[in-house]
Design a binder for this molecule. Structure first.
Ligand SMILES: Nc1nc2c(ncn2[C@@H]2O[C@H](COP(=O)(O)OP(=O)(O)OP(=O)(O)O)[C@@H](O)[C@H]2O)c(=O)[nH]1
Length: 301
């Protein structure tokens, strides 16, 4: 199954919801626009985006005489694609680069680090993984497994060690070896825990200070968390000044709209999306592909 197929399958529910709005032969009347706005809100796009997109589309439809389901769907997909913040660089391609992965427990940080290490290795880039989740012994083991799977070395310390010291170690090592890509996994934490957020601020500060290569902080967010994802992203962003996002679990039951809401609201680009648990289930984000998978294309879908 191709990458775009897994994304399409994951977002099937969302497309079905839009198919009901766009069904063939339906009138493009007041009810249509109301229904469309409701579906956008229900799809986790957030009220502000939903209203703006509906208003803009309505004007465009009147101006350009758009009436068919195909035309309207196409215009909606383009309009939604324009909501995403654009990436100025790709921290996994524009090397040398050090990327810190942050997010709540279970968002998919470790898995994403493993997948990205696999890609770097396959592309022939030199890569090191830093295991700064020294909180749980199982987290270190899980990362070691991903290290073996991807063929990338993991630099870490014993359970209970200062996570910032792991960042020092891995950057030291990267400097000596001339490593192109350094991926640092951090312990999951709730954005509502001030103490753990302060610890993470320190990890980020130390890493930014120590590194002689550009450091980017990337929030990994589970798309199935819905609207709560926006609160998470706001808190992490205000504490850490994020560079971008990776949205995971888009192969599951996610509505997908949360990706639009967060990227737009915080003006943060999405670098990659996770579409499964395997090493190959990571996709470079393409706003138009994503928007099409979300709302569908053509008449019948
Ligand atoms: N279906 C699906 N599952 C995913 C994806 N990414 C991660 N997972 C699963 O989500 C679960 C949690 O992933 P982890 O990578 O351990 O998450 P984490 O953020 O490192 O978790 P903590 O170490 O607790 O902070 C695992 O069972 C992963 O296999 C994805 O894109 N799709």
């Amino acid at each position: 199954m191709g990458m775009f197929d897994s994304l399409k399958r994951g977002l099937a529910r969302s497309r079905e919801a839009f198919a009901e709005v766009f069904y063939m032969g339906g009138e493009v009347d007041e009810d249509f626009w109301e229904d469309l706005e409701d579906r956008l809100v229900m799809g986790d796009m957030g009220a502000e985006v939903a209203m703006q997109v509906t208003d803009d589309l309505r004007e465009q439809a009147a101006r350009e005489g758009l009436r068919s389901a195909r035309q309207l769907r196409d215009a909606l997909a383009k309009r939604l694609a324009a909501e995403f913040a654009k990436a100025e660089c790709d921290p996994f391609e524009d090397v040398p680069s050090c990327v810190l992965f942050v997010g709540i427990n279970g968002a998919g940080k470790t898995t994403t680090v493993g997948k990205l290490a696999g890609v770097a290795k396959a592309e022939g880039k030199s890569c090191l993984i830093g295991g700064a989740d020294t909180f749980r012994a199982a987290a270190i083991e899980q990362l070691e497994v991903w290290g073996q799977r991807s063929g990338v070395e993991v630099v870490t310390r014993e359970r209970g060690a200062d996570p910032a010291s792991v960042c020092y170690d891995v950057l030291d090592r990267a400097e000596k070896d001339g490593t192109q890509l350094v991926l640092i996994d951090t312990a999951g934490r709730l954005h509502t825990s001030p103490e753990l957020m302060r610890e993470l601020e320190k990890v980020v500060r130390v890493t930014r200070k120590r590194a002689s290569i550009p450091v980017r902080v990337v929030l990994v967010i589970d798309a199935t968390t819905g609207q709560n994802g926006l609160n998470q992203a706001k808190e992490f962003n205000s504490a850490l000044d994020l560079d971008g996002l990776i949205v995971t679990k888009l192969d599951g039951t996610a509505k997908g709209g949360i990706a639009v809401a967060i990227s737009h609201d915080l003006n943060l680009p999405i670098y990659r999306i996770g579409v499964g648990e395997g090493i190959d289930d990571l996709q470079t984000f393409d706003a138009m592909d994503f928007a099409r998978a979300l709302v569908g294309e053509g008449e019948g879908e």
